[in-house]
Design a protein around this ligand. Structure first.
Ligand SMILES: [Zn+2]
Length: 75
């Protein structure tokens, strides 16, 4: 499955800034809302929740790789 990285609010660096961490591959859930795509998952390092907006290409790649995919009506 494609690797996906997102900021983790719990894994912070020495300056107390959130750091980029891999999402657990089997936790990735992609959502399409209208023409916008996002992914939710868990940090592979601390298990905390992660969220990231995706481009369409990345979203489709994850979907093709077998990630959970949900389509919601646009608000
Ligand atoms: Zn983390």
């Amino acid at each position: 499955m494609a690797k996906l990285q997102a900021l983790c609010m719990k894994c912070r660096d020495d300056n107390n800034k959130p750091t980029m961490q891999d999402m657990k591959e089997d936790s990735i859930a992609v959502t399409q809302k209208g023409s916008r795509f996002s992914a939710k998952g868990q940090c592979s390092s601390c298990g905390g929740n992660q969220f990231k907006f995706l481009g369409k290409d990345d979203a489709m790649k994850l979907k093709d790789d077998g990630a959970s995919f949900t389509e919601e009506p646009a608000a």
